[in-house]
Every structure is written in structure tokens, then in C-alpha cells.
Design a binder for this molecule. Structure first.
Ligand SMILES: Nc1ncnc2c1ncn2[C@@H]1O[C@H](COP(=O)(O)OP(=O)(O)OP(=O)(O)O)[C@@H](O)[C@H]1O
Ligand SMILES: Nc1ncnc2c1ncn2[C@@H]1O[C@H](COP(=O)(O)OP(=O)(O)OP(=O)(O)O)[C@@H](O)[C@H]1O
Ligand SMILES: [Mg+2]
Ligand SMILES: [Mg+2]
Lengths: 252, 252
């Protein structure tokens, strides 16, 4: 029985893709068959896993807009038990194309229905907006993991995100839960990070993962080699943090 | 005669808002009457300038969707010669509402037509997407300033952004030019930053500003005090870099 987790936050650059790729790699490393679905037209998760987008003919675009059976878009990655449904540049036009379609919010849920139970986890990497691609992810998901960067602007958008989650739960997907809030780019030396951590843990009491993801240049370097942090620097703080996060997710 | 500059990049978290606020403050500090227009539903520029969004009744939403005369939404800031058209949460629905409207791409251009010549500079802070809010900004703008974070994923989306700029130039706004590319969050100690700088300067030959904006926690702290970097830490590297950038923009 698969657990479908959406990685969502409309604030940009907070670590959604880095978490999708490295949590996915860590879950696979720990023995779980995992599928990452790249719903961002920028395709950073696709690139970060070393896939050449220009060579792709099938992607999540065909799933959403042409009812392609999902299995046909699934790619293996270099990691055992880790698979990907990539995104290509065509996805950039999808939000406007979806507006006019019937049951447009359910396209991804429909597309994943037949294949999701072949996996232990399905991770949905969302773009930095609350448009129809993110709404599709929230409708298809069992839960949402919210990465929050340890910086000031990070807290501002969370209310809007929580309102959207409630709206989706009421109207589109009654089983949608909060998987948890993840503090990213945490730099223990700055009071800014400490202040944000204190505020986030106060607001979300107990829904914040124990593991913080430290700010670490190794995490930013790994995608330029098309590698997960586990392969790029297995003993780094970033790799340890994502393994610890995977274990927390498995505990639930 | 105002220069209207859009700050655009669909990659999230690259420094669009930080540049809008601090370049705006620096231009005003150097004697130029400057208007910042916050086109991001997250309203980070509005918050970063110390404005309480919950108290606002008029914002850029009314300009785009209710043809409110722009002057009525203009707010003064605590800084002389620096003004703001704020954004509120209502803007989150604007992209879908705009889709069905006549000449939807020209709403901002129309709205700013009567007031822009009362300013030396108008800076448009865009959300992290290439949807109708960003298209409106590109249609209203004379030029585009592209902040690029000195990290790997930053280069990936630039081709898509340049394609969109060309599309807007061909179909909606023939005078649209590239103001320049700005390297942000530059950390000279990492090879990652040095590699990205080398790649960006090679790709954009001569269109990259001489001043890089250094990664500096002071820049991330300033908005939590509702202050520009010039007020928060006038002698910091961040403040010096944005003043140098303002001087480069004025040279053109
Ligand atoms: N813990 C970390 N330490 C240092 N750098 C990080 C960390 N996590 C992510 N990064 C870097 O920060 C940048 C933003 O991260 P990422 O692209 O994962 O965010 P995102 O939320 O997916 O962005 P977008 O909103 O554009 O989709 C990237 O360059 C990434 O490599
Ligand atoms: N030069 C810098 N050094 C350190 N931190 C920075 C710098 N510039 C911006 N930041 C911080 O990085 C984060 C992202 O910056 P900012 O919000 O300006 O980016 P953005 O492109 O506007 O994001 P979005 O895509 O969500 O609109 C913020 O927390 C900001 O305070
Ligand atoms: Mg991403
Ligand atoms: Mg912004």
C-alpha cells in the first residue's frame, strides 16, 4: 500500500526538490520502492537525478493532459528501487491548459491510481505556486510534507498554504493529512535560524520533524553531478540528515 | 521619463524580492523617485518594507482586476522617495481570474500608464512562475533584470526564461530589453559559486552586472525588521553591493 506524499510550499527555493530527491534516495536506500513525480516545469528533480530532459519523449505532461497510462512514463534511475516520472518543458503550459478541462484537479490522482500500489512511497515534487499542478498533487496525495527554509520570509506564506490544504481537504481530497514540517537550510550559528526554528516549532507543536536539514554546500553541489547526497558525500551532515528524516517518515 | 524594470526568474528563492527592495532603496537613497510594485501573492516585498498586509484595503489586485486608478493604491514607505503598490492575499486567485479577461496581458501596462512618469524608476517584483502575473510585468516593463543564484539549478531555467522574454517581445512588448543579469548569494569560498559565475559570464557575455551580491546573513535578517539593508546595516557587504548595483543601473 503506497504512501503518496506531496512536497509543497509556494515560497520559492525552500528545498522542495532537494528533499524530494534526497528523501527519495534515502527511502530507496533503506529498502523501500520509491517513485518521484516531477511536477515542476523547471524539471529540477529530473535534472538532479542525472536525466537528460532533451532526450525525453514521455513525461508527466502526457499523464495529465493526454491520459497516458502512468507506467509508460516511469523511468528507472541509477539507484536501486528509485524511479522517476520526469517533467519536460511542455509542462509550463499545463496549468493554463488544465483550467478548461473537466475534473482538472483529479488528473494526477486518476493517472497514479493504477500504478501507485506497486511502490512503497510516491513523492510529488511541486512547483513554487498554488496553481493547478500543486492542487493536483494535493488531491492525489495522502499527506503533505512542508519544507520551511530557516529564514524570515519562510513563515509568511505558511498560513496561505495551510488554507489551501484545508480547501483541498474539504472539496477534493478528504483524506489529506500533514506528514510534517521540515526545517531546511538550518544554520545553527545564526540567530535567524534559531529564531525561525523556535517560531516554527511553537506554531506547529509536534508536527515538525526532529531532524533539521543543515545548510551545507555539499547538498547544493550534488545535483550538478546528477547524484543524490547519499552517493555524492555519504558521510556528510546532509546525507545523515536525510537518512534520519527517512527513518522518521518510516516510523509513522 | 520612468524606467520600468521587471525582476523576473521562475526559479524560486533566487533573490528577486531582496533585489526589488534593496535596489529600490538604493536608487531612492541616491536621489531617484522609485516605485516598487509587488506582484507576488506572497507579498514578500510588502512585508519586507514593514507594511502590515492585513490592514490594506487596496492593492495591485484592484489595479489588475477592477481597473482601480494606480495612484490610489500607492503607499509611501519609511524611506524618502521610495513608494510601494502592495500585494495582498487576494492576488493568489488573480492568474486564474485573468485567463478569461480581454487583453489580460496588458492590464498592468494600462494601469501604470498614467502614473509611471511621476517616477524615475518603477521596479516590478514577480512571483516564481511564468504565469500571467509575470507576463503582465514583462509587458509593462522596459527591461528585465534577471537575478541568478550562484547555485546549480539556477542555470537550468534560464533558457526557458529567455524564450518567454522573446515571446513577450514578439507578441506583446517590442521594446522589452534585458537590463542585465545579477549574480546573487555569491559565496567566493565555494567552487560552486565560482563555477556558476564563470558559466553565467560566459553565457551572457557583458550583460552581467559587475557587482555580485554576496551571500550575507544580514540581507536575510533585514526584512524581519521591516528594513532595507541600507538602514539595517549600512556598512555591510550587502548594502555596498546594492549601492554599487544602483550606480551601474544609473550608468546605463
Ligand atoms: N540544506 C541545504 N543546504 C544548502 N543548499 C541547499 C540546501 N537545500 C537546498 N539547497 C540549495 O538551495 C537551492 C534551492 O533548493 P531547491 O531547488 O531544492 O528548492 P525548491 O523549493 O525546490 O525551489 P523551487 O521553489 O524553485 O522549486 C538549490 O540551489 C539547492 O541546491
Ligand atoms: N545575498 C543574500 N544573502 C543571503 N540571503 C539572501 C540573499 N538574498 C536573498 N536572501 C534570502 O534568501 C531567501 C530568498 O530570497 P528572496 O525571497 O528575495 O528570493 P525570491 O526570488 O524573491 O523568492 P520567491 O521565488 O519565493 O519570490 C530569503 O530568505 C532572503 O532573505
Ligand atoms: Mg523545486
Ligand atoms: Mg520573491
Amino acid at each position: 500500500m503506497a504512501r503518496v506524499i506531496a512536497l509543497a510550499n509556494q515560497k520559492g527555493g525552500v528545498g522542495k526538490t532537494t528533499t524530494a530527491v534526497n528523501l527519495g534516495a534515502a527511502l530507496a536506500h533503506l529498502g523501500n520502492k520509491t517513485l518521484i513525480v516531477d511536477l515542476d516545469p523547471q524539471g529540477n528533480a529530473t535534472i538532479g537525478l542525472g536525466v537528460d530532459r532533451s532526450e525525453l519523449s514521455l513525461s508527466v505532461y502526457q499523464l495529465l493532459l493526454e491520459e497516458l497510462p502512468a507506467q509508460e512514463a516511469v523511468l528507472p534511475t541509477k539507484y536501486q528501487r528509485l524511479f522517476l516520472i520526469p517533467s519536460t518543458i511542455e509542462l509550463a503550459g499545463a496549468e493554463i491548459e488544465l483550467v478548461a478541462m473537466v475534473s482538472r484537479e483529479y488528473r494526477l490522482q486518476e493517472a497514479l491510481k493504477d500504478i501507485k500500489d506497486g511502490y512503497d512511497f510516491v513523492l510529488l515534487d511541486c512547483p513554487p505556486s498554488l496553481g493547478l499542478l500543486t492542487i493536483n498533487a494535493m488531491t492525489a496525495a495522502d499527506s503533505i510534507l512542508i519544507p520551511i527554509q530557516c529564514e524570515f520570509y519562510a513563515l509568511e506564506g505558511v498560513t496561505q498554504l495551510l488554507n489551501t490544504i484545508n480547501l483541498v481537504r474539504r472539496r477534493l481530497n478528504p483524506r489529506l493529512e500533514l506528514e510534517g514540517v521540515l526545517l531546511t537550510m538550518f544554520d545553527g550559528r545564526t540567530t535567524l535560524s534559531q529564531d525561525v526554528e523556535r517560531d516554527v516549532r511553537a506554531v506547529f507543536e509536534g508536527r515538525v520533524f526532529r531532524s533539521n536539514i543543515p545548510r551545507s554546500v555539499r547538498l547544493a553541489e550534488a545535483p550538478s553531478h546528477g547524484k543524490s547526497i547519499l552517493e555524492y558525500e555519504p558521510h556528510s551532515r546532509g546525507a545523515q540528515a536525510y537518512l534520519a528524516l527517512a527513518k522518521e517518515v518510516l516510523e509513522k
